[in-house]
Design a protein around this ligand. Sequence first.
Ligand code: CU
Length: 161
Amino acid sequence: MNKMRSAIASLLLLSATGAVAHEYEQGSLQIAHPWSRPAPPMAANGSAYLVINNHGHVDDVLLSAESPVAERVEIHTHMMDGDMMKMRQLEQLPVPAGEAVTLAPGGHHLMLFGLKQAPREGERFPLTLHFEQAGEVAVEVSVDADHARPEEKASDDGHHH
Ligand SMILES: [Cu+2]
């Protein structure tokens, strides 16, 4: 089943445009549809989103991430501080066995600091995820404005660095 799905995913990748869902399998982990919004040409920072499925029996942990398009990548989350939604850096992000962890606007996300090139609609850029158990997983982030729903866009406006 999973082998079949990853074979299909590979086929999709060959003909993919940014809007096509894509996923990656490594060890017990499945990484679903890494995506980012287009950024204005001079944007300093961006963020990337994806879903990490751990279908194994051992807890895993996302330790760090990196991308050639950014000076550095941090794991962030949003937390309520009184009435204000604030961002906080996470040292690591646990991915418990049998669970899925979603990185999405308004919640956990990967923060791309010091963009060397602004992500443009329809493009893809490489991102490498480092897991305690699964090791290094290389994915491609598709730049896709339409993936965000309007209420998600609104929630990200309070996103300060
Ligand atoms: Cu952030």
